[in-house]
Write a protein that binds this ligand. Structure first.
Ligand code: PLP
Length: 359
């Protein structure tokens, strides 16, 4: 029995995939109820008067090359958020199955599970150990009805990477009982190696990547799910056709030219240097108790008084992220690494000198 046969929602096997109308460049399209004219503001190559391709195959090839995997192991989604959604909808029976998460972590796992009426089970990160994975507990929690285990590395909002040996144990333990979804939204900023090799070794491993961070395309909404071809094919049927917009396809193509990628690579290096600088400055601030080590494009800190830190930043014209209602993140603040001049401004706002000035 294959993994999909074993773990996927059985009722989905009966849903017949949609057959899209054909698209042949050069032929007049009187088969799709579109407008024959471009909108006056339309600057795209394809034309916005016609539907996008049912699947963005052009960028699928390009991204497969970038991530160095076969194209049949990759599914392009609207942000990796949509990948989380279709994983939960495809594998979890509403009112019956569960997902496993390691809070504090990315809140969208909870949201999409809630929308599908799927239980969220928790194995909290170890706060006193810089939010390390509680691997043994996590392994013990992989039991029916858990279908998906979400491991976020580097984790949002803690910034910590999960150690390879520990994730390996989780993948082995989950075996053919659950998929392990390794969310690597921030891996391009990490010192730790990514989990590509695990994808090849473990058929139950699904990797999530996003173009929202490292190539500056959050507004384009492009995510990538990397999995065994059978899982990709199955999820391809959970995802409706025509969802990926033409301007997004064209922006991704432009962002993956050699020159554009080189600029992104330089910016990643700059973010990494700025992360160290900002973390050191924050550690020196009397407003800050602890700065957690980060492998991402943000840093999590625990302030003596979060409100005071937030107010200082706000008065300097800067927004930072708080986590009200999450006791394990009491007084914690997540600061995204900005441009050097923005980071300078935050450093000035939280520096000891200014503290003594306004008490
Ligand atoms: C850990 C993690 N995963 C996934 C996402 C979703 O990214 P997107 O939907 O923009 O690809 C985010 C966004 O911040 C994130 O922090």
């Amino acid at each position: 029995m294959s993994l999909v046969e074993k773990l996927a929602r059985p009722d989905l096997a009966a849903v017949r995939p949609y057959t899209p109308g054909v698209y042949e460049p050069g032929l007049v399209r009187l088969n799709a109820n579109e407008s024959p004219w471009r909108s006056p503001a339309d600057k795209t190559d394809r034309g916005l008067n016609v539907y996008p391709p049912p699947r963005p195959d052009a960028i699928k090839e390009l991204l497969a090359e970038h991530y160095d995997i076969a194209a049949d192991q990759l599914l392009v989604t609207r942000g990796s958020s949509e990948a989380i959604d279709i994983l939960i909808r495809g594998f979890c029976v509403a009112g019956q199955d569960a997902i496993l998460t390691t809070p504090p972590t990315f809140d969208m796992y909870r949201l999409y599970a809630g929308i599908q009426n799927v239980e969220v089970r928790h194995v909290p990160l170890l706060q006193k150990q810089n939010f390390a994975l509680d691997t043994q507990k996590l392994i013990e929690a992989i039991n029916p009805p858990v279908k998906l285990v979400f491991v976020c590395s580097p984790n949002n909002p803690t910034g910590t990477s999960a150690p390879r040996a520990e994730v390996e144990r989780v993948c082995e333990a989950a075996n053919d009982r659950a998929l392990v979804v390794i969310d690597e939204a921030y891996y391009e900023f990490a010192n730790a190696e990514n989990f590509s090799a695990f994808r090849q070794r473990f058929p139950n491993v699904v990797l999530l990547r996003t173009l929202s961070k490292f190539v500056s395309l959050a507004g384009v909404r492009c995510g990538v799910l990397i999995a065994d071809p059978e899982i990709v094919k199955f999820l391809g049927n959970v995802l409706p056709p025509y969802t990926f917009p033409t301007p997004s396809i064209e922006h991704v193509q432009e962002a993956f030219t050699k020159d554009a990628l080189n600029i992104s690579k330089e910016r990643i290096q700059l973010i990494r240097r700025e992360r160290t600088r900002l973390a050191e400055a924050m550690q020196d601030s009397i407003l800050v108790k602890h700065v957690y080590p980060s492998d991402a494009n943000f840093v999590l800190l625990r302030a003596r008084d979060a409100k005071q830190f937030v107010d200082r930043a706000y008065r300097a014209g800067i927004l930072v992220r708080e986590f009200p209602g999450q006791p394990e993140l009491e007084n914690c603040i997540r600061v995204t690494i900005g441009k050097p001049e923005d980071n300078d401004r935050l450093i000035r706002a939280i520096s000891g000198v200014e503290t003594s000035n306004d008490g």
